[in-house]
Design a protein around this ligand. Structure first.
Ligand SMILES: O=C([O-])CC(=O)C(=O)O
Ligand SMILES: [Mg+2]
Length: 540
């Protein structure tokens, strides 16, 4: 064999997109010169799945399973995805929340092989050059983070890369986006997490976070480079801290086909799940009273979408806002606070609205005060504050409503505002409970944006839209709210996430057409052609 043929054989095995491991057939081994590089046994995808599943279960912790699956993804993508899809309820909590949280915290410890792009501040003049690699010619979906608000875990610096990698694994698993068409990106602009900066093994840019104009200029250079290199790409902003999350969404949503998953994806999921709960309780959305705990990206996104959903059912904007109360770590958000971020200004109540409230007398209006006075039908947590929904708060809520809806949405499990088993106990089983991460408790729904983002991305791409509109998210929420069958829970099971993504994509495409945003040919807009475009994890 010639040296180039030897090198090509090794390259075939070391590229996770082409490697089939022992599943290369005899003919392929002849054709590509793989004999000797592989053991003689010719396996099948099924036998490979079985071998890997056994090895996975032999690991001692979920973190080790996470690391094992990451290595598999970096050596054989078809096998990784086939394994993940063979058992989504088992695999999702390993490649995604809750385990991905620890994956990010300990990312430097398990760093092995490059995946995705680290665009570091020190490389700010090279962004276009880095993106120009022909390996990215097929890229259609980008998930990008700057690592500053990783789940409810805060600043994880470059370790935040675990999130774009995990989200894109789900784009492939649920929306059938080919693994060669996804690109995880971490904007590595330093970290204000001192422990990371002092860790000698930390893989990121070791400096305090770049802020202000330098930050904005960097992101601007990034977006321009993405626009030039990947026209029509779908970009998902993920796990940016509150203010940046909003600013970037507003600045770029019309310049780039893009959305913010924590603001818009979480909102569509929460509202869709609430619509499903409403089918159960019969109390219309216009009669709900909602308390939100946590007024960052996710909380204010949920509030804005609830306002829209109530307006669609006939309420005025003011009447809708009057039904939604947002509380953050400084207490109930009132409009007399100076220099409030714009997304919170919209959530704030006039101090006159609380005249006549019974207050516990502390120096702020607490969550407990708010619950006691508002008597909410719905309580949603997006605060990242573990155990913020305590027994007293939940019992107070349950005194005033027959079926309290309680969604402690913060991820991972270590940051959930309540344990669902406690909420059920404190309400004698009457609460309708949804959590961001899976707790494995019958009847408790996982209310996670994985129910929405893969379908939003798939639908936005299929329609050829140049922007992801608010209407598309509302269409996604409404469709999601209709999908559940049976008595248990509020959403379809995790095993159905692929069907869910297709349903959401179809709803998004229909909405794009209705709004005049679709540019794709009519034959590309049908359910059949969207379904046919979805990649399956099989060897070519
Ligand atoms: O990643 C998840 O599980 C949901 C999410 O976007 C977040 O918590 O930031
Ligand atoms: Mg997120």
């Amino acid at each position: 064999m010639s040296p180039t043929r030897h090198a090509a054989a090794r390259a075939l095995l070391s590229d996770p997109l082409t490697n089939k491991g022992t599943a290369f057939t005899e003919e392929e081994r002849d054709e590509f010169g793989l004999h000797g590089l592989l053991p003689p046994h010719v396996g099948t995808l099924d036998s490979q799945i079985e071998r890997r599943r056994n090895a996975l279960e032999d690991k001692e912790s979920d973190f080790q399973r996470y690391a094992f699956l990451r290595e598999l993804q970096d050596s054989n993508e078809v096998l990784f995805h086939a394994l993940v899809q063979s058992d989504l309820p088992r695999m999702l909590p390993l490649v995604y929340t809750p385990t991905v949280g620890e994956g990010c915290e300990r990312f430097s410890e398990i760093y092995r092989r490059p995946r995705g792009l680290f665009l570091s501040y020190s490389n700010r003049h090279r962004i276009a050059d880095i993106l120009s690699d022909p390996a990215y010619d097929r890229v259609k979906v980008i998930v990008v983070s700057d690592g500053e608000r990783i789940l409810g875990l805060g600043d994880q610096g470059a370790g935040g890369m675990g999130i774009p990698i995990g989200k894109l694994a789900l784009y492939t698993a649920c929306a059938g986006i080919h693994p060669a068409e996804v690109l995880p990106i971490l904007l590595d602009l330093g970290t204000d997490n001192h422990a990371l900066r002092e860790d000698p093994l930390y893989i990121g840019y070791r400096a305090p976070r770049v802020r202000g104009k330098d930050y904005d200029d960097f992101v601007e250079a990034f977006v321009s480079a993405v626009n030039d290199r990947f026209p029509g790409v779908m970009l998902q902003w993920e796990d940016f801290a509150g203010k940046n999350a909003y600013d970037l969404l507003v600045r770029y949503r019309d310049r780039l086909l893009s959305f913010n998953d924590d603001i818009q994806g979480t909102a569509a999921t929460a509202v869709g799940t609430l619509l499903s709960a409403i089918r159960k309780t019969g109390v219309p959305i216009t009669e709900q009273r909602v308390v939100l705990f946590g007024a960052g990206a996710a909380g204010s996104g949920v509030a804005e979408m609830l306002v829209q959903a109530m307006q669609l059912e006939g309420l005025s904007e003011a009447d809708a806002r009057a039904k939604i109360w947002a509380v953050d770590r400084d207490g109930l958000i009132l409009s007399d606070v100076p220099r409030m971020p714009p997304q919170q200004v919209k959530l704030a109540h006039d101090p006159a609205d609380i005249a006549g409230w019974n207050l516990s007398g502390s120096n702020m209006i607490t969550l407990q005060d708010t619950i006691a006075n508002v008597k909410p039908t719905v309580l949603i947590g997006t605060s990242g504050q573990k155990a913020a929904f305590d027994e007293r708060a939940i019992r107070t809520m349950a005194e005033h409503v027959e079926r309290p809806v309680v969604f402690p949405l913060s991820n991972p499990i270590s940051r959930a505002e309540a344990h669902p088993a406690d909420v059920l106990e404190w309400t004698a089983g009457k609460a309708i409970v949804g959590t961001g991460s899976p707790f494995g408790i019958a009847g408790v729904t996982q209310v996670n944006n994985v129910y929405v983002f893969p379908g939003i991305g798939l639908g936005a791409l299929a329609s050829g839209a140049t922007t992801v509109s608010d209407g598309m998210f509302m269409a996604a929420a409404r469709r999601l709210g209709e999908l559940h069958e049976g008595d248990e829970g509020l959403l379809p099971p995790v095993t159905a996430l692929r069907e869910v993504a297709l349903e959401i994509a179809v709803a998004v495409v229909e909405q794009a057409v209705a709004e005049g945003l679709a540019t794709a040919e009519p034959e590309a807009l049908t359910r059949e052609s969207i379904a046919a475009s979805m990649w399956k994890a099989e060897y070519a």
